[in-house]
Ligand binder design. Sequence first.
Ligand SMILES: NC(=O)c1ccc[n+]([C@@H]2O[C@H](COP(=O)([O-])OP(=O)(O)OC[C@H]3O[C@@H](n4cnc5c(N)ncnc54)[C@H](O)[C@@H]3O)[C@@H](O)[C@H]2O)c1
Length: 285
Amino acid sequence: MSGRVEGKVAFITGAARGQGRRHAVRLAEEGADIIAVDLLEDIETAPYPLANKADLDETVRQVEALGRRIIAKQADVRELRQLQAVVDQGVEELGGLDIVVAQAGILTMGSDTPQAFIDVVQVNLVGVINAVTAAAPHLQTGASVILTGSTAALLAGSVDITGAGGLGYAHSKRHVARLGHDLARVYAGQQIRVNVIHPTNVETGMMDNEFMYHAFRPDLDNPTREEMIPSLAAKSPMNMPWLSPDDVAEAVLYFASDASRWVTGQQLKLDGGQLLPVGNAGVPA
Ligand SMILES: NC(=O)c1ccc[n+]([C@@H]2O[C@H](COP(=O)([O-])OP(=O)(O)OC[C@H]3O[C@@H](n4cnc5c(N)ncnc54)[C@H](O)[C@@H]3O)[C@@H](O)[C@H]2O)c1
């Protein structure tokens, strides 16, 4: 089956690389045009590099190679006005807005300062609210809003112990989960759907970096990616180290397409069974 989002327009935050790029390309493969934003600079409390201009250019190249249109701009999700300017321009040029994928995010794990807490909440929670706010005037019946949470939203306590940055990450993702639920209620009457995807580890720049190699292999002086992978897998009931961005993009495509036209308020765990031992996470007690 192809053309599952034919003729639709998707606004994606954090689209320069990682999951955001994959979502842009996957939706383009199925017929969507894209409005893409990314910060394109680092944030001091995030202990790994964020995306750059060359990354966003590569997203543009991949979408255009599919024959789809893309408006790609530098913008900070913490700045509502910047998002509104890009979305308004994108809607004007591409003719509408049907899909929102609010997924720009940072992980400030390891930084035990108030600023690390504030930065991650500003990007991961305020940034999601800003993305929805910028999109809101353009959303029509049939639109789909997809938020990116994390298993950290549902695994109470696990990330909290990694300092103020880790606490802020879990805090932001718990509130994204709740935001998705409440927005689904707000928009149901307009037949606009809101769903949240909660991935476990994903193979992107957020996980695949020196800081994470050390975090998961504190027993080694200079751990490598290859030495981290078994440690990730050991925490998974399915012995899965991490998801591919493709795995997440398939869920985004489902929620973006009319295949899920009556599905709203979902909290979809893409976790390789990670939450199964946590009792009733996501199911009735
Ligand atoms: N990688 C994982 O293991 C994992 C697991 C669960 C959830 N997530 C979530 O998935 C989402 C995507 O992360 P990813 O895995 O693709 O990591 P990533 O670091 O590769 O991508 C995140 C993107 O967001 C951009 N960004 C950061 N701050 C921004 C800002 N203020 N304004 C605009 N863009 C900004 C970055 O430049 C980057 O391109 C995030 O919300 C993250 O929390 C990731």
